[in-house]
Design a protein. Structure first.
Length: 282
């Protein structure tokens, strides 16, 4: 009888242990599912915030009257009041934004261009002169007509010119594949200005731009050169690169896109030119 009771007790303890482990596992699984569901909800909220900030910014670009340097003429819009078109970051409504006028960047040379034309933008990212010339000759040869074709992405330079990923990232801040020919000194990043101008002229251009007084006359007096409309422009747009980053509850999302904005074109006032989402983290 005592043996039977002992066996029964062991069975009860074993069943109790199994049930306890099962309940613990169910609890852990439930917590994991709740955590996963919360992570998905946080990511969805981050996506919503990113999309809404991007939409608000695009609407502002499309509808606001801008001065020659891109600044808002009225200043009563939070995006327009904070923005610049030189790629310098600014914060609005929980988003960090970089907005670059495509005419402020060097247009990437077309197939058939001379080697020195390819080499010029490389100087803007600090590549040593001898290597820049070597890369320029290599690109000129690789993209020589009649077989040369326009690049689809700057990442192709890792193969064509043996540029590192870091150098390509730096090059994206001064060069664009967006169609164009002239560079806008009012919206060009300083590395671009440093290639076009030097010494006192460079300092004067940067100072005049900071004070909001840079125009064709001032630029000509600072540089002493007659302006060539095919090389220099003071028109902002129509191409803009948007780089927006938002963070929400540990979720960091980033979106880069290039848009063509033509408010006067009622049929297609806004057109997406390229898009990517680099380095998004859950």
């Amino acid at each position: 009888m005592s043996r039977e009771r002992g066996v029964a007790l062991v069975l009860v303890l074993a069943i109790t242990g199994v049930l306890s482990l099962l309940i613990l596992q169910i609890g852990l699984t439930a917590r994991q599912q709740i955590t996963q569901a919360q992570r998905l909800a946080d990511r969805a909220e981050a996506e919503l915030r990113l999309h809404s900030r991007e939409a608000a910014l695009l609407y502002s670009i499309l509808t606001r009257q801008r001065n020659a340097d891109g600044r808002d003429a009225a200043g009563d819009n939070p995006y327009a009041a904070a923005w610049n078109f030189r790629g310098e970051p600014f914060d609005v409504d929980g988003a960090t934004i970089r907005l670059q006028d495509m005419s402020g960047l060097f247009p990437f040379p077309l197939p058939g261009s001379r080697a020195e034309v390819f080499a010029a933008p490389l100087a803007a990212i600090g590549i040593e002169r001898t290597r820049a010339e070597q890369v320029g000759r290599r690109l000129a040869q690789a993209l020589a007509l009649p077989d040369g074709r326009a690049l689809q992405s700057l990442e192709e330079l890792s193969v064509l010119a043996d540029l590192s990923a870091t150098e390509i990232d730096q090059l994206e801040n001064v060069v664009t594949l967006y169609p164009g020919s002239a560079v806008n000194p009012g919206t060009a990043p300083e590395p671009v200005l440093a290639v076009k101008y030097a010494g006192v002229a460079l300092e004067g251009v940067i100072t005049a731009r900071r004070e909001g007084v840079l125009d064709e006359g001032r630029l000509q007096s600072l540089t002493g050169d007659l302006l060539d409309d095919t090389m220099t422009t003071f028109l902002v747009g129509p191409g803009f690169r948007l780089d927006i980053t938002v963070e929400y509850e540990g979720v960091r999302l980033r979106r880069q896109s290039i848009w063509t904005v033509r408010p006067a074109n009622e049929a297609v006032p806004l057109e997406l030119w390229s898009y990517r989402s680099p380095g998004n983290a859950p």
